[in-house]
Design a protein. Structure first.
Length: 412
């Protein structure tokens, strides 16, 4: 296999992140020297089990949990599914769950599956900024509601949800609450005690650890039914031989995430703001999708009218620039983003929207490189667009441009 050595300008950290060199270093001994099964009775296996315990303590510290409340899973999707599954199985008379229309596909698709099995699922709407109406959420809770699941931060727009307030609403009515916090660690402080959530999902590859490892936080004394049946691993809550090297990497990444939290909220945020503000002020007919605040410090979703995002991505790729048009889990779909659609963004604009998600390895020089090439790409694509904003006699262009101007004025 030939791997290209060209320079990569990576702005898609919400899809996945570079594995930190420190994480690779921590993992290597468990791929070459300490390869025993942690469940074995002999010392060679026991020392591997101790490494898992050490990693569990670090990821628990990342979210301010007791290590006994952490279950290692294969990914965020499994963690989300496991939380919903457990709530329904442990409360068999309560056959209703609530989530939102802008969740990750892990929740959306599992909810659609449950509907086919005879369960009731409420998908709550959001407003044009991607925010949730808490009054509507409270009204949607019924006596037969087993669980409410609302993400901590949206993966496409970065918009944050008031998780602590939602948990309080749920607990007042005796309902369990789960949050998909996959996009949050390393960017925002997570404190499960302050948030008072019952379940919380994370995925290691979003915080500079390898793919294929995640966790589910289960609040102490919360009833839990395993989603993956097997042996006694994870104190009987998730069967299957542990992915030791990746668990160790997750633990090291959790340490680094805590150490770099201030950088994400200062230097990375400043890079994001520079990128976003420059695009909005120098390229016509552009607008930010989603609320300005509260928002993840690394994420900007911008609509470029009169172009197809996929065409921008192709031209960017030729320059070594990596961005996305939405969630990596929906890449290849011809449908506009379900998140932007739920926010009321018209299909044409949604198809011209690009997500920029930065990380701690991004530099000023990389942002400047992107900004240097982006205006020419947009201009080139608009010149061949069916609406062609370069033609001053095109009435559709002027109507659309005037509408965008009004929306920008309202936002600002």
């Amino acid at each position: 296999m030939n791997v290209s050595q060209r320079k990569v300008y990576y702005f898609d950290n919400n899809a996945t992140t570079r594995v930190a060199p420190e994480v690779v270093e921590a993992m290597l001994p468990f791929l070459s020297e300490f390869w025993g099964n942690p469940s074995s009775a002999y010392h060679f296996g026991h020392q591997v089990g101790k490494a898992i315990d050490h990693a569990r303590a670090h990821v628990a510290a990342l979210i301010n949990a007791d290590p006994r409340e952490v279950i290692f899973t294969s990914c965020g999707t499994e963690s989300n599914n496991a939380a919903i599954h457990s709530a329904l199985v442990t409360h068999p008379k309560q056959r209703h769950i609530i989530t939102t229309r802008v969740e990750h596909s892990a929740n959306i698709n599992y909810g659609e599956f449950l509907k086919k099995q005879g369960y009731e699922v409420t998908f709550l709407p959001v407003d044009s900024e991607g925010k949730l109406d808490l009054t509507g959420l409270e009204k949607a809770i019924r006596p037969e509601t087993a669980l409410v699941s609302v993400m901590f931060a949206n993966n496409e727009t970065g918009v944050l949800f008031p998780v602590a307030e939602i948990a309080e609403i749920c607990h007042r009515q005796g309902v369990l609450f789960h949050t998909d916090a996959v996009q949050t660690p390393g960017k925002l402080k997570i404190d499960v005690k302050a948030l008072n959530v019952d379940f919380l999902s994370l995925s290691a590859h979003k915080l500079h650890a390898p793919k294929g490892i995640g966790l589910l936080y289960v609040k102490r004394r919360t009833k839990f039914q395993p989603y993956v049946m097997g042996g006694h691993q994870e104190r009987g809550r998730r069967g299957g031989t542990e992915n030791v090297a990746s668990i160790v990497g997750f633990g090291r990444a959790a340490e680094l995430a805590m150490a770099h939290l201030d950088e994400e909220n200062t230097r990375v945020r400043a890079l994001r703001d520079h990128l976003e503000n420059t695009i909005l002020s120098t390229i016509s007919n552009t607008i930010r999708n989603g609320a300005r605040d509260p928002r993840l410090p690394n994420t900007s979703n911008i609509a470029f009218d009169f172009v197809e995002a996929e065409a921008v991505l192709m031209l960017f790729d030729q320059l070594g620039i990596c961005v996305s048009s939405g969630s990596a889990c929906t890449t290849g779909s011809l449908d506009p983003s379900h998140v932007l659609t739920a926010m009321g963004v018209n299909p044409m604009r949604a198809r011209g929207s690009i997500r920029f998600s930065l990380g701690r390895y991004n530099t000023d020089e990389e942002v400047d490189y992107l900004l240097k090439h982006l205006p020419g790409i947009i201009s080139k694509l608009r010149a061949i667009s069916p609406l062609n904003p370069g033609h001053t006699d095109n009435p559709e262009y002027h109507v659309e441009a005037a509408r965008i101007k009004r929306e920008k004025e309202m936002i600002n």
